[in-house]
Design a protein around this ligand. Sequence first.
Ligand SMILES: [Zn+2]
Ligand SMILES: [Zn+2]
Length: 209
Amino acid sequence: MTTGPLSTLRRIASTRPPPVTGERCDMCAEPIGSDHPHVVSLESRALMCTCRGCYLLFTDQEAQLRYRAVPDRYLSFPGFTTDRGQWEELQIPVGLAFLFHNSVQDRTIAFYPGPAGATESELPLGAWERILAANPALDVLLPDVEALLVRHVDGQPVCHLVPVDACYELVGRLRQLWRGFDGGSEAHEAMDAFFAGVEARSRPVSERP
Ligand SMILES: [Zn+2]
Ligand SMILES: [Zn+2]
């Protein structure tokens, strides 16, 4: 491979699609607005843009279907705690990771935004179970369609549950903005804006709707 991060960035910049207009449902081709729901293909993990009608076909999280609707809930976990060892096990390079459970492969995966989009790694064996044991509230996480956003704020671990399409959106934006090793100021501003949005939309996990 001769492609360094810079040529990758250039390639991504030059092949970036124009601003979306006239989007259509990936399932039935019905025209949809820019603020539309998504469905995940369990096999490929691809996100599909859908109309409301197609989305509603896949909202049953228990059904034996190839697709799952991505919910739109955001939760915070005020009591979230990890000890230093557990946090280090996550090996988060730029202080931010998304964790999600892949039900097809039955494994928990962490992904870290970066210059190439996202770096994916399987969590060390048992790491997830140890964090879950210390934080039973995290058990509400749905496989495939929701992710836990974990990061350090002023030295404290902070955790939110976010829809998986929101993660992809952030990763895509960061790929466009990323400069150098740590991302540079624009990437960090995009992350800060994303966190502020997540904070604003989240309700504490113990609260019932
Ligand atoms: Zn449709
Ligand atoms: Zn979409």
